[in-house]
Design a protein. Structure first.
Length: 308
């Protein structure tokens, strides 16, 4: 019986602490609204950089899967030699796919690039075809392109190996740069948000400083005093997360449609991440940041008033 009463009392105390936290949010409307606006803005800015970072990584990965190198074969190479080279290339751990392109395929590809002047290439049909057969090799890791080339170019039937080193290196540098910027932005926004929450909670704590002092003198624990303000901070963080996610979802879908259309117009078939694909990771990051910042800001703001 006593154990049941003890559990009931604990639930009652827990309900009181949570209820006080909710009341604090709505009691200080002006400071709460100011905190929400600034927190939403900082979370939204972080969300933009996070989305950009994820998409750049996605684009880099897509290009890694679509591009790599082209291995040109000497005309005198036999079918057996080509097959042997193909198997050698395929056995490399960094090779994703390998596709054979004949001399005729290369010529048709060139004609397709000059649709308005196809006749220019008519004289190159048959034995006059100047192009070489090749293997189109895509890689799982673009940074290993030079390593793969070194391994396979020793073959006697290879004419040359071409890789888009500049494009590859530029993409990797862009991805690394954006990830660094995103991390820096995150750190800055976390500090700004903690500062905002801390000052918001301080207003509430300061208004109730006498009440807190009395509670301390009559034996209330630090946890009992602190929790309502922790709930207030976490609730502000949670509301900021939900509002930021809604704004980001609408704006992201509108912007991403325009960017994808631009990519298609420039013959770049690289679909960007949809918001649902970003949502799960973004939600976790947002919740950790929003609720964590709210709780930490509240804890910092309470420290002075608990030292009685």
């Amino acid at each position: 019986m006593i154990e049941g009463v003890d559990i009931a009392v604990r639930y009652s105390i827990f309900g009181y602490l949570i209820g006080e936290g909710f009341r604090n949010v709505f009691k200080n409307k002006k400071s709460t609204i100011a905190s929400l606006v600034i927190m939403c803005a900082t979370m939204f800015v972080f969300g933009i950089f996070f989305a950009v970072s994820q998409n750049v990584n996605h684009i880099t990965k897509t290009i890694e899967e679509q591009q790599g190198m082209e291995v040109f074969i000497l005309d005198e190479a036999t079918a057996e030699q080509k097959e042997e080279l193909k198997n050698k290339i395929r056995s490399n751990q960094y090779v994703n796919t390998i596709t054979e392109k004949s001399k005729e395929d290369a010529l048709e590809e060139m004609k397709g690039m000059f649709k308005d002047r196809k006749s220019l290439w008519d004289t190159y049909d048959g034995e006059n075809n100047p192009f070489k057969a090749s293997f189109i090799v895509t890689l799982t890791d673009l940074t290993k392109a030079d390593e793969v080339r070194t391994e396979i170019e020793s073959s006697s039937i290879i004419s040359s190996v071409e890789i888009k080193s500049d494009t590859i290196n530029a993409l990797i540098k862009i991805a690394d740069g954006i990830n660094i910027i995103t991390t820096i932005i995150l750190v800055i926004l976390v500090f700004i948000s903690i500062f905002i929450i801390t000052n918001t909670i301080k207003l509430t704590v300061h208004a109730r400083r006498k009440e807190i002092s009395i509670m301390k003198y009559v034996g209330a624990t630090n946890g009992f005093i602190r929790w309502p303000f922790m709930v207030e901070g976490m609730l502000i963080g949670l509301i900021s997360v939900l509002i930021s996610l809604l704004i980001l979802a609408f704006s992201y879908n509108a912007v991403i449609t325009q960017i994808e259309q631009s990519l298609i117009n420039n013959r770049l078939n690289i679909p960007l991440l949809t918001f649902p694909e970003l949502f799960q990771t973004l939600l976790i990051v947002y919740l950790v940041l929003g609720i964590g910042i709210g709780a930490l800001g509240s804890a910092i703001s309470m420290k002075k008033y608990l030292e009685v």
